[in-house]
Design a binder for this molecule. Structure first.
Ligand SMILES: CC(C)(COP(=O)(O)OP(=O)(O)OC[C@H]1O[C@@H](n2cnc3c(N)ncnc32)[C@H](O)[C@@H]1OP(=O)(O)O)[C@@H](O)C(=O)NCCC(=O)NCCS
Length: 194
């Protein structure tokens, strides 16, 4: 059965950028997912726990959240080659208050630092404000994740607070940084957004 039109625009088939294209996840993406989330460096940057998820946990996460309706999740592909490199998502979509929480993981580490994450984030923010009519997109990031913080700043996220010393990693405590971007800030940045 075809999805209702409003559902189609809510979870689009694709969001197209210059370097990346975001597509809906497919069941076969679980294989890449399992590899990404078994990587200790990905765990270090994204998890409160020191250890990566187990295969069972990855599978449960993938089917309930990524393929299910809890998250609006999109797979990140390099536009030129179609290589699947990561995943990004909105969780806690709150229509009453017009807000959501953004998550991104480029699981292929050799794809880091090439502008893919920044562009994927920009595409998701544009979708949030222009199609989902949201008012605010928020995220959290560990203080030591400088690459992620830089990518978010490039997209217009600003620091709105910190959970002090919330994460113990590499032998010391670090803050968890809370960032967000509001609709009017996005409109002021993006030509033609208004
Ligand atoms: C965070 C992530 C999405 C960023 O995407 P990316 O494609 O790697 O980042 P981009 O290339 O778009 O931008 C990175 C920016 O940080 C800079 N940067 C890279 N490494 C850096 C470092 N160690 N310290 C500071 N800045 C760094 C880059 O120079 C670039 O900024 P510039 O364009 O001004 O030069 C991606 O690296 C990723 O998924 N990492 C693993 C999981 C993760 O950390 N997820 C986020 C959890 S909150």
């Amino acid at each position: 059965m075809a999805a209702a039109p409003e559902r189609e625009s809510w979870r689009p088939e694709a969001l197209v950028g210059r370097k990346v294209i975001l597509r809906r996840h497919r069941a076969e993406n679980l294989r890449s997912f399992t590899r990404w989330y078994s990587d200790p460096e990905v765990a270090r940057l994204t998890r409160y726990q020191q250890t990566p998820l187990t295969n069972d946990e990855i599978q449960r996460f993938f089917y309930s959240r990524i393929m299910g309706s809890d998250f609006l999740a999109m797979a990140i592909h390099v536009r030129e080659t179609e290589q699947l490199i990561g995943t990004c998502a909105f969780s806690q979509l709150d229509g009453d208050n017009g807000s959501t929480l953004f998550h991104i993981t480029i699981g292929e580490c050799d794809a880091w630092g090439k502008g893919y994450g920044t562009e994927a984030t920009e595409l998701m923010i544009a979708h949030a404000f222009s199609s989902l009519a949201l008012h605010r997109v928020a995220l959290t990031v560990f203080e030591f994740n400088s690459r992620a913080i830089r990518a978010y700043e490039k997209c217009g996220f600003v620091v709105e607070g910190r959970a002090r010393q919330a994460i113990f990693r590499d032998g010391r405590f670090w803050d968890e940084i809370h960032m967000s971007i509001l609709l009017d800030e996005w409109e002021a940045r993006v030509p033609g957004a208004r």
